[in-house]
Design a protein around this ligand. Structure first.
Ligand code: HXC
Length: 257
């Protein structure tokens, strides 16, 4: 299928999605949201794909939801159309997703990056929730995910003043996992994704599920949830293979079984 707003590629076991609305700094419109849902569904159905990288251009990961598309909406348009709800399905992706962010990740762009499992930032990355400057507020999870990522004080600062933070501040605050030179961004993100895709898929998906549970539940429940998944992995052949390979001093050959 041909996409209007995305470039979809397979790089070995990694699915690569590049946002492609350069004239609008990759502003997220409804076509893009639907195309992303479709592309992700295909990568999820494809057993050969073990991880996904989401990226934009050097100037902009995404400069937000498309203001031109939203500006004339009424409350009932937004409410009855459940504006932005489709992004929840994207956030629910089971396979690991890495956001490779260069340039602006603002508003919905920052929120989209935060829907991914982790963010690798280029040294020119800029993050922000500037919705307040438009008379609105974050609507794709920013007030929740940013607060969980960086804590209340910095999340309030970002969302109430609309200021941007650079890659160094974002890494210090825990929003991004690492910073790389802009010309190495895609290479590093693809390498991280390929590494993940090479591990046992049940172990990868359960690890993701368990870390995400930490944001949803109490410590005692989360630890219990983790232990159940941990025990379950002893039912996999990959656990036998991984541990046998360690003892035999060879590389494991995981088969997702
Ligand atoms: C639609 C956008 C856009 C956006 C940029 N463009 N951001 N179009 N929606 N979010 C368009 C511009 O209108 C312009 O089109 C072209 O992209 C290039 O942008 P410039 O502004 O000329 O570039 P520059 O001067 O380099 O400034 C870059 C920028 C600025 C600082 C990122 O574009 C900017 O402030 N953008 C808006 C950021 C923002 O407020 N994001 C939050 C959106 S609300 P033309 O046709 O003029 O060339 C949101 C809500 C999410 O995300 C929650 C869900 C409801």
């Amino acid at each position: 299928m041909a996409y209007e707003t995305l470039i979809i590629e397979k790089r070995g076991a990694v699915g690569l999605i590049t946002l492609n609305r350069p004239h609008a700094l990759n502003a997220l419109n409804s076509i893009l949201m639907h195309e992303m849902e479709e592309a992700l569904a295909r990568f999820h159905e494809d057993d050969a794909i073990g991880a996904i990288v989401l990226t934009g251009s050097e100037k902009a990961f995404a400069a937000g939801a498309d203001i031109k598309e939203m500006k004339d909406l009424s409350f009932t348009d937004a409410y009855l159309g459940d504006l932005m709800a489709g992004w929840d399905r994207i956030a629910a992706s089971r396979k690991p997703m890495i956001a490779a962010v260069s340039g602006f990740a603002l508003g919905g762009g920052c929120e989209l990056a935060m829907m991914c499992d982790f963010i690798i930032a280029a040294d020119n990355a800029k993050f922000g929730q500037p919705e307040i400057t438009l008379g609105i507020m974050p609507g794709m999870g920013g007030s929740q995910r940013l607060t969980r990522a960086v804590g209340k004080s910095k999340a309030m600062d970002m969302a109430l003043t609309g200021r941007m933070m650079d890659a160094v501040e974002a890494e210090r605050a825990g929003l991004v996992s690492r910073i790389v030179p802009v010309d190495k961004l895609l290479e590093e993100a693809l390498a991280a994704a390929a590494k993940i895709a090479g591990f046992s898929r049940p172990a990868v998906l359960m690890t993701k599920e368990s870390v995400n549970r930490a944001l949803e539940t109490t410590l005692a429940e989360g630890v219990r949830f983790e232990r159940r998944l941990f025990h379950a992995l002893f039912a996999t052949e990959d656990q036998k293979e991984g541990m046998a390979a360690f003892v035999e001093k060879r590389k494991p050959a995981f088969r997702n079984l």
